[in-house]
Design a protein around this ligand. Structure first.
Ligand SMILES: C[S@@+](CC[C@H](N)C(=O)[O-])C[C@H]1O[C@@H](n2cnc3c(N)ncnc32)[C@H](O)[C@@H]1O
Ligand code: SF4
Length: 422
């Protein structure tokens, strides 16, 4: 119940198929094969030349990774680095040069653009204007439906918000995480609750009519009452979209070490209680639960995230960003200085690449679509008739319009159901 877009979902899918149990048994060839297909960058000639754009469909989705953060949160495993203002101008130039390389290799006509991080709003207003203006100059945006920028409450100003809106950004994802001051401190956040509320109002005042609020639950010491208050406070602000993530203890984070030392403990039953409450409160308030961690007012589900979940092609720009086009997936180097050095000297920033197989695609399609309210096509689960029958009998799955869809009880056990049918 806690996976977060493509920045983490590929490693999640790998771990899912590697955890043992029935699903892994049925896909024995999956893990070794997948790992065997990863190549290092020095084994690659010109990846982009190899991704012959003439043979692939038009690219409709672009992700851009901005790795800078004013402060490093102790639970965060995304690729990020402490903001160093002496590096950001060169970095922005590298991003636009990367975009030039991509435009030379692919036909791009985006329906969605997503600036994530890190913290895109850690860049100054002139830098964001340079960067987003560069996107506007280079791309045909006539088909663009959604342009999202992730923002931290600590780095939103009226000037920045107005500028983003003017440049064509029409969706903001605001990292509130909690409205509880103690929990915000525990999370090492730069902002407090009043600042988060002020940022939300600044964004509304700047004309943003599509705002997502990111929240986290299952935090150390968090009570169910604190979570209720956070959900109710969020609803009171009337965002169009809410992402509610269950805390995961990611390796190489301070929270992971504290959990290993026994200071923090994760309890699946308590997490399930938080999740149940999230569904009840947000659905009662008119939000549609359209993916395990995502809730939206009708018409406001994220176009960009839906593209990931339905297996569409997308290009990733920036350090650590993934791209998937046809049967190839690649990832840029996760080091912004090396990334900028490479791009600005005309080299490819790709760090590793993977040849996807139809088996990998099948497993990903099942795992990702099962998490959505549309569910997975019954045809894909034909080899798992015993399992699906059993899950229906247990009340975890239902069949609707030829698709298997998780029931409310099934959503709490989504990973378990997924593991059994891949
Ligand atoms: C790319 S991150 C960060 C965006 C922005 N920099 C921020 O922190 O507000 C997107 C979201 O992932 C969630 N997140 C990050 N680390 C997490 C973790 N270890 N477990 C669960 N959710 C996490 C947070 O809700 C965060 O807002
Ligand atoms: S601000 Fe966001 S991206 Fe940066 S460290 Fe914190 S959670 Fe991670």
């Amino acid at each position: 119940m806690d996976r977060i877009d493509n920045r983490r979902s590929w490693s999640w899918l790998r771990s899912l198929s590697g955890r043992g149990g029935d699903g892994a048994e049925k896909n024995k060839g999956y893990i070794p094969h997948r790992q065997g297909t990863f190549q290092r960058d020095d084994e690659l000639m010109s990846e982009r030349a190899n991704n012959n754009c003439a043979t692939v469909a038009i690219i409709r989705h672009i992700y851009v990774h901005i790795p800078f953060c004013a402060r490093i949160c102790p639970y965060c495993a995304f690729y990020k680095d402490l903001l160093d203002r002496s590096e950001t101008a060169r970095f922005c130039e590298a991003i636009l040069r990367d975009l030039d390389q991509q435009c030379a290799a692919f036909a791009i006509m985006p329906r969605s653009i997503y600036f994530g991080g890190g913290t895109p709003t850690a860049l100054s207003t002139p830098q964001l204007e340079f960067l987003l203006g560069g996107f506007r100059q280079r791309l045909d945006l006539s088909a663009l439906e959604e342009w999202t920028v992730e923002a931290n409450p600590g780095s939103v100003s009226a000037r920045k918000a107005a500028s983003l809106r003017k440049l064509g950004v029409n969706r903001i994802s605001l990292g509130v995480q909690s409205w509880d001051e103690d929990l915000l401190k525990l999370l090492g956040r730069e902002h407090n609750a009043p600042q988060a509320e002020k940022s939300f109002q600044i964004l509304r005042g700047a004309g943003f009519s599509n705002i997502n609020v990111d929240l986290m639950f299952g935090l150390p010491g968090q009570t169910i009452e604190q979570w209720r208050v956070t959900l109710e406070k969020t609803i009171g602000l009337q965002p169009e979209h809410v992402s509610a993530y269950c805390l995961t203890y990611e390796e190489d984070t301070e929270f992971f070490q504290r959990q290993s030392r026994g200071e923090f403990r994760q309890d699946a039953d308590i997490d399930a209680e938080f999740f149940e409450m999230t569904m009840s409160i947000l659905e009662d308030a008119g939000y549609q639960h359209y993916e395990i961690s995502n809730y939206a007012r009708p018409g406001f589900s994220s176009r960009h995230n839906r593209a990931y979940w339905s297996g569409e092609n997308y290009l990733g720009i920036g350090p650590s960003a993934f791209s998937t086009v046809g049967m190839r997936r690649w990832q840029n180097v996760a080091d912004y200085r090396a990334y900028a050095d490479r791009v600005l000297s005309g080299q490819s920033p790709i760090g590793s690449t993977e040849n996807l197989t139809s088996e990998i695609k099948r497993v990903e399609t099942i795992a990702l679509s099962l998490r959505t309210n549309k569910g997975v096509s019954a045809a894909l689960l034909t080899p798992f008739q015993n399992e699906t029958r059993e899950f229906i009998a247990l009340g975890l799955l239902r069949k609707t319009n030829g698709n298997f869809v998780l029931t409310r009880a099934g959503k709490s056990l989504a990973d378990l159901v997924t593991e059994a049918v891949i």
